[in-house]
Design a protein around this ligand. Structure first.
Ligand code: SF4
Ligand code: SF4
Length: 239
């Protein structure tokens, strides 16, 4: 995002809308720190500037900076996947995509959050930890998949280092008996991150609409608590 300094009257109304404090005063006018800006669009969408001094930068869609917008602006559509909202449908359409099949468990690692954000180096810390644990396959329809330079190491493409986004989701699917291994891997790497993450654990339901008890047992025995968030597929689709 950019602010036309020659137009800005220094009222400061846009400042509270920036989740990363990228907007600051310089000579009583507001400017955007381009290193810190996530390109989330919040300051522009707020529509509070009395003189229309805020404008999207002409470079916002240039790679790799464009990733900031795709992962941070809820109104942006990811160029690779055609999806808004961090570029993935996650498990919400699992009834037709079968990303997480019978006997498997899907794990979505949601890194960063609005108002917290992260450096993509944090994504790499996780993908490297997963690779060391023998998990090399990121969900192909997830935009993180195309950001991997070397699946054997989990390294991201080098040009992405230094890019910052509000939030991104790493998605994997493993056999259910590997869930404990993945949870321990993620608990171990958590302390290395400069941001936060939460986990979604996804399963197909058993007859009677029951969550598989073996999955819940593993989560609880690893000292984690779970909430049955209700994003319910009604089985109307066909995988
Ligand atoms: S686009 Fe978002 S991060 Fe950038 S200056 Fe505006 S509110 Fe702040
Ligand atoms: S709202 Fe507009 S005029 Fe006021 S500080 Fe921000 S950019 Fe400048």
């Amino acid at each position: 995002m950019m602010i036309h300094k020659e137009i800005c009257v220094g009222c400061g109304r846009c400042h509270p809308y920036c989740p990363t404090s990228a907007i600051h005063f310089d000579d009583l006018k507001s400017v955007v720190d381009q290193d810190v800006c996530y390109e989330c669009g919040s300051c522009l969408r707020a529509d509070v500037c009395p003189v229309d001094a805020i404008e999207e930068s002409p470079h916002v869609y240039e790679y790799p900076r464009a990733l900031r917008k795709y992962f941070s602006d809820p109104e942006a559509t990811h160029a690779l996947t055609g999806m808004s909202g961090r570029g993935t449908e996650e498990s919400k359409t699992n009834d037709v995509t079968n990303r997480c099949g019978p006997g498997e468990v899907g794990i979505a690692i949601e890194v960063g959050r609005p108002t917290i954000g992260m450096d993509l180096k944090d994504i790499q810390k996780i993908t490297r930890a997963l690779a060391r644990a023998g998990i090399h396959e990121i969900e192909p329809n997830n935009p993180i998949h195309s950001m991997i330079q070397d699946p054997s190491t989990g390294d991201l493409k080098p040009e992405l280092m230094g890019e910052r986004v509000l939030s991104a989701i790493i998605e994997i699917a493993v056999k259910r008996d590997r869930l404990r291994h993945v949870l321990r891997t993620l608990k171990n790497v958590a302390g290395e991150l400069d941001s936060i993450f939460c986990l979604d654990v996804i399963t197909q339901l058993e007859p009677g609409l029951r969550v598989p008890q073996e999955v819940l047992d593993v989560i609880e025995s690893e000292g984690l608590s779970w909430r049955p968030n209700a994003k319910i597929n009604m089985g109307l689709g066909r995988a």
